[in-house]
Write a protein that binds this ligand. Structure first.
Ligand SMILES: NC(=O)C1=CN([C@@H]2O[C@H](COP(=O)(O)OP(=O)(O)OC[C@H]3O[C@@H](n4cnc5c(N)ncnc54)[C@H](OP(=O)(O)O)[C@@H]3O)[C@@H](O)[C@H]2O)[C@@H](O)CC1
Ligand SMILES: Nc1ncnc2c1ncn2[C@@H]1O[C@H](COP(=O)(O)OP(=O)(O)O)[C@@H](O)[C@H]1O
Ligand SMILES: [K+]
Length: 512
């Protein structure tokens, strides 16, 4: 599914106008599609009472058109039109009366909510430009309250839940949670990240007659099963371990021994041929007892668990034999770790695929204009805090514009950037964007990021490109978490539980 911003949607609307397709035509198509969808929902629940909340903009227009169709098909339609007393309200009143029972007061709204089978939320769409207040806010809150007492009453959002920002997924406190969202023409990106994930319900897209040639420039898509299947590495029965890549993981320090175990195991569990863990010498025994299948590059130490200043040279002397370097999980941020990271990144063999994760990102963020020093493309995997440090922004600023910032900085830094968290976003340096529309508390626990970095390392080793490995890695990680949530529950799952699920979800993907 393609996804776009509100600015892009406006450009497409303008292009439609130039081709002679008017906004009225698009709105007619949109309203009809909403009505068809609504009728289907009503049939499923044997209902017939539709309550439409129609705002003063084009989103409300879509709702009014839907009302006209539904009424002509014999459904019982009532329409809340809070702007009825404005000049615009007066001009549309004539056609509204033909659309069903119309009213503007909250008392009547409460009455209609008492027996509505379906609420169509067409108060605000992409045009929301300020906090909700007054009658809009009260109407949405009243609807939400009634829905709490009448869960059988369903809510269908037109284009997006009213009060949700179409670009950022930020939501007004009064935003009405939908069971279904019918996005018009092309799905709006804000539905799939931040609060959009919890507020939009099941999202589908209505064809409203936009000519396909006007959508060819769209660079952002959701990560979906068919795409993931298409980029899964192929495994020949005649392969040997050299066929599936050699992955070097520089990870772990005295306080974070588990990071190396999780990342190394994950790389192997997605099918890497050979994984070498480069970690401080005194940690090697403990880690090797947990992953006997890996090979080891014990790094000289300045003290127990801290690699010394000669460690980078040792890593570099071996790296020529590898396809992939993952650097960062559990490294800590001492001066020694910083020197290890910067010296390795400054002297990489040509052609090596690189993932920079966790502490290595924090180390980069302390270097002014680090991206000018390290000009090669690499996969960067920041969570919110790491992204804020790298982008010199607050975490709130990052979270309030996840798509915008991920796209801006992937281009500026020339890196394949993964902005982690619910609704993870992946952007290539050229701006191609993938979004994984998933939120899962199973992943909100320590160590899951190490697993993700290892997965991506394992996929890169098998020849997947940086961008595709990033997207596929995020998807497999999320599928494994979803499987655990249904089997075990949403609390108490460990990052290491993901590991054994990885081969299973890969197998499932191949068979589907
Ligand atoms: N693009 C396309 O191709 C197509 C788009 N279509 C549809 O158009 C929708 C976008 O329409 P839109 O631009 O009229 O915006 P929309 O969300 O209806 O409301 C804006 C109005 O609300 C107001 N307002 C703003 N914030 C407010 C607040 N907090 N509280 C109260 N009022 C607030 C603002 O007025 P203001 O007071 O700022 O003058 C303005 O009047 C889109 O989501 C889709 O459904 C389809 O019809 C077909 C093709
Ligand atoms: N609520 C959530 N929904 C979906 N994914 C999540 C959620 N919380 C965390 N994740 C994912 O879990 C991983 C956590 O990574 P990170 O924060 O680096 O953890 P750690 O450093 O402890 O390993 C990321 O892949 C992130 O996208
Ligand atoms: K809406």
């Amino acid at each position: 599914m393609e996804i776009i911003s509100s600015v892009q949607m406006r450009q497409i609307e303008d292009a439609c106008l130039k081709q002679g397709i008017s906004t009225e035509t698009l709105m007619e198509n949109a309203g009809r599609a909403v009505a068809v969808f609504a009728r289907h929902l009503l049939e499923e629940q044997n209902g017939c009472r539709v309550l439409i909340l129609a705002g003063a903009g084009n989103n409300g227009g879509d709702g009014l058109v839907a009302g006209r169709y539904l009424r002509s098909w014999g459904e019982k339609v009532s329409i809340f039109v809070p702007f009825i007393d404005t000049p615009k309200g007066t001009t549309v009143q004539g056609c509204l009366e033909a659309s069903g029972d119309i009213f503007a007061g909250l008392a009547e709204l409460e009455e209609h909510l008492a027996d509505a089978d379906l609420v169509i939320d067409a108060l605000l769409g992409t045009g929301v430009n300020r906090p909700l207040e007054g009658i809009y806010k009260e109407a949405l809150q009243m609807t939400a309250n009634v829905r709490n007492t009448r869960p059988e009453m369903q809510v269908l959002a037109v284009d997006l839940p009213s009060g949700l920002n179409a670009d950022t997924g930020q939501a007004d406190d009064a935003c009405l949670k939908a069971d279904f969202t019918l996005s018009l023409g092309i799905a709006k990106q804000g539905l799939f990240t931040h609060r959009g994930l919890e507020l939009s319900g099941a999202v589908s897209v209505a064809d409203i007659g936009i000519p396909p040639e006007l959508t060819t420039d769209i660079q952002a898509v959701l990560i979906e099963k068919d795409w993931a299947k298409s980029v899964l590495p192929v495994r020949s029965p005649h392969a040997n371990k050299g066929s599936f890549g050699r992955v070097m993981i520089v990870a772990g320090s005295d306080r974070y021994i588990g990071a190396a175990i999780l990342a190394g195991s994950a790389a192997m569990r997605v099918g890497a041929g050979l994984v070498t863990l480069a970690l401080p010498k005194s940690l090697t025994g403990a880690v090797a007892s947990r992953i006997p299948e890996a090979t080891y590059l014990p790094l000289p130490e300045v003290s127990s668990g801290t690699a010394d200043n000669s460690a980078a040279r040792l890593v570099l002397s071996e790296l020529g034999k590898y396809d992939v370097l993952l650097i960062g999980p559990g490294l800590g941020q001492t001066g020694y770790s910083a020197r290890l990271v910067t010296e390795v990144l400054s002297n990489l063999p040509v052609g090596l695929k690189v993932i920079i994760d966790a502490d290595a990102l924090n180390i980069l963020s302390a270097i002014p204009d680090w991206w000018l020093e390290y000009k090669f493309d690499a996969v960067l995997t920041p969570h919110l805090g790491e992204m804020a440090r790298l982008a010199k922004a607050t975490t709130e600023a990052v979270q309030s514009d996840r798509f915008g910032l991920c796209q801006k900085f992937a281009c500026k830094w020339g890196k394949t950037l993964i902005l982690k968290g619910a609704g993870t976003i992946v952007t290539s340096p050229q701006g191609e964007t993938l979004c994984n529309p998933a939120a899962n508390p199973v992943l909100a626990s320590a160590g899951t990021g190490d697993v993700l970095a290892g997965i991506i390392g394992g996929l890169l080793g098998q020849g997947v490109s940086l961008f595709e490995a990033a997207g596929l890695g995020v998807y497999l990680h999320s599928l494994a978490a979803e499987a655990l949530r249904s089997e075990i529950g949403d609390a108490g799952v460990l990052a290491s539980d993901l590991l054994l699920k990885l081969p299973v979800v890969i197998k499932g993907l191949k068979q589907d």
